[in-house]
Design a protein around this ligand. Structure first.
Ligand code: MIC
Length: 310
């Protein structure tokens, strides 16, 4: 019998991207089906699901640790399902509890087809890493989070070939300083984390230093525009030595400002602005971005007749 070739898992694809030292993995932040579709259409190699965006869009709340495990998992699973060939890195905050809960998070993200996740050392009542006054769990508690994640991943590997890239994030720079933050990341890597993520470096020098301190471990840059980190381009981040870059706010701010303007305009003038492209393509502009053609083709191929006249 011919051997069935197993397709690569999302995590394998992400591992291959990270392994290519000539490149940086450039991940636009997405937080819902539409933003994910738009990023996929532009052909990015990897997407990033922002927790801040998930919390804002699904709950209408700020990034203060309010999105639960279920909120985050459901969103990540939906986004990962849109295109199985493009890996998704998803925010997993603190892991949502003690080691058993962290393991549950990791198993569920793997089952959902998420390629990578990041876990941090803030307390459960966490906040955006670029706000002041962050509180941390102690080092041992943090490392037990990472250890639990690694144990769960290894179990899933043995049981079903499941995998996930574990990104260790520390928020310790703000309160404990650079050396202790790096120490936490080193211990996380020793515990089996794959990627080092120093949250909120405040200078280019610190960015360069973290890459030098982790020569054998890929380092991730969190490019929060309007955050505490200097605004670096993808090329600049790569030159400094980063191997991954995420842009959590990339889709959020255009939506925030664009929708705000549209709402103000209709309130003030009573008439909605219709762009040239919108006028030309009509409502299909939106549906096409969300895979209208593929749905119609799929339906027809399966013998459906409901959409042959759309
Ligand atoms: C990366 C992050 O965890 C996110 O939720 O996307 C946030 C980003 C943000 O709040 O803008 C963080 O840096 O804490």
């Amino acid at each position: 019998m011919a051997e069935i070739k197993r397709p690569k898992t999302a995590a394998q694809r992400l591992r291959e991207l990270i392994a290519d030292k000539s490149k940086i993995v450039n991940c636009p932040g997405v937080y819902d089906g539409l933003t994910a579709r738009l990023a996929l259409r532009e052909g990015f190699d990897c997407l990033y699901m922002t927790g801040a965006g998930t919390t804002a869009s699904r709950l209408g709340m700020p990034d203060l640790g309010l999105a639960t495990f279920n909120d985050m998992l459901e969103n990540a699973a939906m986004i990962a399902s849109l295109d199985r060939k493009t890996p998704l890195i998803a925010d997993a905050d603190t892991g949502y509890g003690g080691p058993v809960m962290v393991a549950r998070t990791v198993r569920a993200y793997i089952t959902a087809g998420v390629a990578g996740l990041h876990l941090e050392d803030q307390v459960i009542t966490k906040r955006c890493g670029h706000l002041s006054g962050k509180e941390l769990v102690d080092q041992d508690t943090y490392i037990s989070r990472i250890r639990a994640a690694v144990m769960a991943r290894d179990e899933m590997r043995a049981a079903m070939g499941g995998d996930i890239v574990i990104i260790a994030r520390t928020d310790a720079l703000q309160s404990l300083g650079y050396d202790q933050a790096i120490q936490r990341l080193r211990l996380a890597v020793q515990a089996g984390a794959d990627v080092a993520f120093l949250e909120g470096p405040t200078s280019v020098e610190q960015c360069r230093q973290v890459c030098q301190d982790f020569v054998d471990v890929p380092a991730l840059l969190n490019m929060v525009s309007g955050g505490v980190t200097p605004n670096l381009s993808v090329n600049e981040a790569q030159e400094l030595g980063f191997r991954l870059i995420i842009h959590p706010g990339l889709a959020l701010f255009p939506v925030l400002e664009g929708v705000e303007n549209a709402f103000r305009e209709i309130k003030a003038t009573g008439k909605a602005h219709v762009s040239e492209a919108q006028a030309k393509e009509g409502v299909k502009k939106l549906f096409n971005a969300c895979g209208l053609r593929d749905c119609i083709e799929f339906d027809a191929k399966a013998g459906g007749i409901a959409y042959n006249n759309v």
